[in-house]
Write a new protein. Structure first.
Length: 256
């Protein structure tokens, strides 16, 4: 049987060679080899990019976990944000489960924050501007519940040093967050409902659902994952802060 198959293969090769000619045959073979080479390289690049993305997700979630738990507990709003981040960045349910488990593991140990940040930059050698973007996301997460406490600022400072961000630039990022919080007059209840695009008869469950939708739309990490421009990122951050303030005001109005 083997010899019959071998004979058929040789016969087909001979027929193709005689019918189309040596040059055409070799040309087709060469093009086929080049096509395979391009496909192979594309496959390698896609695999490397996927590995890069997975590592990026892991380390960002690990650092977010430490910041969220730095005041002793992960608040409801922080938990909501983490959930939105996992949904936006995880490739599938398996990766989401892994990232959630990583979050739960890392939130229990704050002492290794600097070493995890250094390992992050070693494993994911981001350009300086991208490191600033990641740090910005971490600062936003740290401030989601209100004022930045001393523990959170210390952790963020440790991360900034590990990222190679100098103290002047770090202070500038912190001040940007403070300016977002302090800009403009305080919201009134009508403005809050308008920002949330929420009916005034909505109950607490509807408020929370709407908040999650808007938080997902404007959260800096979600915007960063979508590769928006720096201008769009800043505008998203401003809207994200407004959504947070509006949510707190309406929740208080509903007696929650």
């Amino acid at each position: 049987m083997f010899y019959i198959l071998l004979f058929l293969a040789v016969a087909v090769f001979y027929y193709y060679f005689k019918t189309y000619g040596k040059e055409d045959f070799l040309g087709r073979a060469s093009r086929g080899a080049k096509g395979f080479g391009r496909g192979f390289m594309q496959g390698v690049m896609e695999e490397r990019m996927d590995d890069f993305r997975r590592k990026m997700n892991y380390y960002v979630v690990a650092l977010l976990a430490k910041i969220a738990k730095s005041d002793g507990r992960v608040s409801e709003r922080e938990a909501d944000m983490i959930s939105q981040i996992l949904n936006a960045n995880a490739k599938d349910s398996k990766e989401r489960a892994f990232l959630k488990a990583s979050f739960n593991e890392h939130k229990e140990n704050l002492s290794d924050t600097a070493s995890v940040a250094k390992e992050f930059i070693k494993e994911v050698p981001l350009p300086y501007n991208e490191r600033l973007n990641v740090l910005n996301v971490l600062i936003f997460m740290a401030s989601i519940d209100g004022e930045l406490n001393s523990t959170k600022i210390q952790l963020l400072s440790d991360i900034a040093r590990a990222f190679g961000v100098n103290s002047r630039e770090f202070e500038s990022l912190l001040n940007n967050i403070k300016s977002f919080k302090n800009e403009g007059k305080s919201l009134n209840l009508e403005e809050a409902y308008g920002i949330l695009e929420l009916n005034k008869n909505a109950d607490l469950a509807e408020l929370k659902k709407r908040y999650r939708e808007l938080a997902k739309r404007y959260h800096p990490d979600v915007l960063n994952a979508n590769n928006v421009s720096e201008k769009e990122l800043k505008e998203g951050a401003r809207k994200f802060q407004q959504v947070n303030e509006a949510y707190e005001l309406v929740k208080k109005h509903l007696g929650a």
